[in-house]
Design a protein around this ligand. Structure first.
Ligand SMILES: *Cc1c(COP(=O)(O)O)cnc(C)c1O
Length: 322
């Protein structure tokens, strides 16, 4: 276990760095959810986080640890989603210039949000070249430090503060359910949960159409898939990372999958019962809890609700169709 990329000390260090910067988001409960599942459910609401998702935690923890020369040279990131906005805001808060590589067909709202947080957006054609090639070219031209969306120890440790706060607030847990894309959030949360609630079962949840994490843990090596077709756009990563996979392998008990129609049902449930607007990816763990496939009876269950960045028209269209 000593060769894992992060330890609980790294998560605790991240918690100190992000204190007063990232919100300590609320933990909500629902009598209806408890009655429906027979468990006691604790929803950690990162949809209320700054930039609308948990990723500010890892982004800030990473940029805050750059030295003066690195800060002066700026940071660079790519993502069509929540990591971009998180890097742009974290960089601005630390007085660091941020360049964000985004696909030219990314939703206008996401481009605007990233620019609004102070990031310089560089557009690329995702059918012509992969984003890492664009990043490599920009770094050769202007230097700067690349901050990946999940496969980085400081990003992983930052995301782990979600589970640290959840367990501090809810108390001991029997089960923790965590949405999973590249595994940055799940790896950090697993490290925190193993330290604070040693007997807690830890499950990742990913879209059924893109179950590469489930396949990877079963096979014992990283499985790479084609970009999955799912409404969970924050979990469309094609594989786990070189750093996240060993942590999941060592600490996580398994990966559950949920179908898109279950995500929509979870969106409706959260809106109706908890009055929460949550993006499809943010509902992965909730959908798993409501699916009936995991026995929650008599258990204290932590559920990470990861983000709320969904265009209102898209939200309405998804929940209306159900
Ligand atoms: C990034 C993201 C995830 C997945 O996190 P990973 O660290 O890539 O596993 C889940 N939900 C939301 C809302 C996200 O933005």
């Amino acid at each position: 276990m000593t060769d894992l990329a992060i330890s609980f000390a790294d998560v605790a260090g991240a918690a100190g760095r992000i204190a007063g910067i990232a919100h300590r988001t609320p933990v909500l409960t629902s009598a209806t959810a408890d009655a429906r599942t027979g468990g006691r459910l604790f929803f950690k609401c990162e949809n209320f986080q700054r930039t609308g998702a948990f990723k500010i935690r890892g982004a800030y923890n990473a940029i805050a640890q750059l030295d003066e020369a690195q800060r002066a040279a700026g940071v660079i990131a790519y993502s069509s989603g929540n990591h971009s906005q998180a890097i742009a805001l974290a960089a601005r808060l630390l007085g660091v210039a941020a360049t964000i590589v985004m696909p030219q067909d990314a939703p206008a709202a996401k481009l605007d949000a990233t620019r609004g947080y102070g990031g310089e957006v560089v557009l690329y054609d995702r059918y012509a070249e992969p984003p890492d090639a664009v990043v490599a070219r920009l770094m050769a031209q202007r230097g700067g430090t690349f901050i990946p969306p999940f496969d980085h120890p400081h990003v992983m440790a930052g995301q782990g503060t979600v589970a640290k706060e959840l367990i501090e607030e809810a108390g001991d847990l029997d089960l923790l359910l965590v949405p999973t894309g590249g595994g940055g959030l799940l790896s950090g949360c697993a490290v925190a949960a193993r330290a604070l609630a040693p007997d807690c079962r830890i499950l990742g949840v990913e879209p059924e159409a893109g179950n590469d994490a489930q396949q990877s843990l079963r096979l014992g090596s990283i499985v790479r898939i084609e970009p999955p077709k799912t409404i969970a756009d924050g979990a469309q990563s094609r594989s786990l990372g070189q750093l996240t996979f060993p942590v999941l392998r060592a600490l996580v008990d398994g990966i559950e999958t949920v179908a898109d129609d279950e995500l929509v049902e979870a969106m409706r449930f959260l809106a109706t019962r908890l009055k929460l607007v949550v993006e499809p990816t943010g509902c992965l763990a909730v959908a798993a809890a409501l699916s009936g496939r995991i026995d929650l009876r008599g258990k204290r269950v932590g559920i990470v609700v990861t983000g709320g960045n969904v265009d209102l028209d898209r939200f309405a269209a998804l929940v209306r169709a159900a």
